[in-house]
Ligand binder design. Structure first.
Ligand code: CP
Length: 353
């Protein structure tokens, strides 16, 4: 039984196999239409979603399986105070696999510690979103034909952008990849991600400066729901806007991706540009989730345990967005590249590190 909590829980080889399977599913849809017959996916969404939940649902339906779950935790016994641990213990009796989104960082990781069935992280707070990364990798591969030797611009909210964190961790493993970071000072990429690829990351102040160098531009929304202070959100929300005029600076074959939803960071006048791949990207999400569900239910994978190289600590995490702030779970930590001890649930530096 395997879980997917972080994009690097899958090796490069396993990631490649899932992308290959997704491509085969695209070519041979009917061949896969009953392969999950009799299986049930539970979608446990503690935070709003359109694409992720519906694409997981559509994916399981297209594999011949069934779906149950909740899209609003306030309609479940979570509203009575039930913990993630107890919820997944119960759901393990009703389903064969879980896709969980949680507003707290580390929520799905906690779920994986108590579940008897595979848990897929469908996005946890500002931390990670590994199935969006599989979607992004499949999109890059289908649009450009390869995942190596690419210059990828990441623009917008790089601090809370969980899709950005997961994408950098996954893409960092391919040859010749560079990251161009375009973000307001307050929303820069967290150190624990940047430290993974210090020589591959460059920061630029403007989209105009970055655009001519890029093969992929990954736009992101400034995430209102992660800000404690509304004034900060108002000040930062429109920091970078891609429009048709700026697209003239980009390579002919550059693609624009966005995990969506967008607000104003991509002007609608970009939508008709053939390089705008973000709606094609959405459909790839369904196919890659079909491949992932099939893989986790049917194949013995080499997926590494997410809890590998973690140790137990007495020290509490001070990040109020961490699942450990609200759930009575074992405190786990790990040592980062720079020797700092970090919370294993949210990657926050522990105070006495
Ligand atoms: N990309 C993504 O996670 O979209 P949703 O929030 O709509 O699921």
């Amino acid at each position: 039984m395997r879980h997917l909590i972080d994009s690097t829980d899958l090796s490069v080889k396993e990631t490649q196999e899932i992308l290959n399977l997704a491509l085969d599913i695209i070519e041979n849809r009917t061949m896969y239409s009953h392969v999950c017959a009799g299986k049930k996916l539970a979608t446990l969404f503690y935070e709003p979603s359109t694409r992720t939940r519906l694409s997981f649902t559509a994916a399981m339906m297209e594999l011949g399986g069934n779906v149950l779950g909740f899209s609003d935790a306030s309609t479940s016994s979570v509203s009575k105070g039930e913990t993630v641990a107890d919820t997944v213990r119960v759901v393990s009796a009703f389903a064969d696999i879980i896709a969980m989104r949680h507003y707290k960082e580390g929520g799905p990781f906690v779920a994986s510690q108590y579940s008897r069935i595979p848990v897929i992280n469908a996005g946890d707070g500002g931390n990670a979103h590994p199935t969006q990364t599989l979607t992004d990798l499949l999109s890059i591969r289908r649009e450009l034909g390869h995942l190596d030797n690419l210059t990828i611009g990441l623009c917008g909210d790089l601090k809370y952008g969980r899709t950005v964190h997961s994408l950098i961790k996954a893409m960092n493993r391919y040859e010749g990849v560079k990251f161009v970071l375009i973000a307001p000072a307050e929303l820069r990429l967290p150190d624990h991600i940047k430290n993974l690829a210090p020589t591959k990351c460059v920061e630029t102040a403007t989209l105009e400066e970055a655009l001519p160098t890029l093969d992929v531009l990954y736009m992101t929304r400034v995430q209102q729901e992660r800000f404690a202070n509304k004034d900060d959100y108002e000040r930062l929300k429109d920091s970078f806007v891609l429009d048709a005029r700026k697209m003239q600076l980009a390579k002919e074959k550059m693609i624009v991706l966005h995990p969506l939803p967008r607000v104003k960071e991509i002007s609608p006048d970009v939508d008709s540009d053939s390089r705008a791949a973000y709606f094609r990207q959405v459909e790839n999400g369904k196919f890659v989730r079909m491949a992932l569900i099939y893989t986790l239910l049917h194949k013995t994978t080499e997926t590494r345990e997410h809890s590998e190289s973690l140790s137990v600590t007495e020290e509490p995490c001070t990040n109020r967005r961490c699942i450990t702030a609200t759930e009575p779970v074992e405190r786990l930590s790990y040592e980062d590249h720079d020797g700092k001890r970090r919370c294993a649930y949210c990657n926050h530096v522990l105070a006495n590190s």
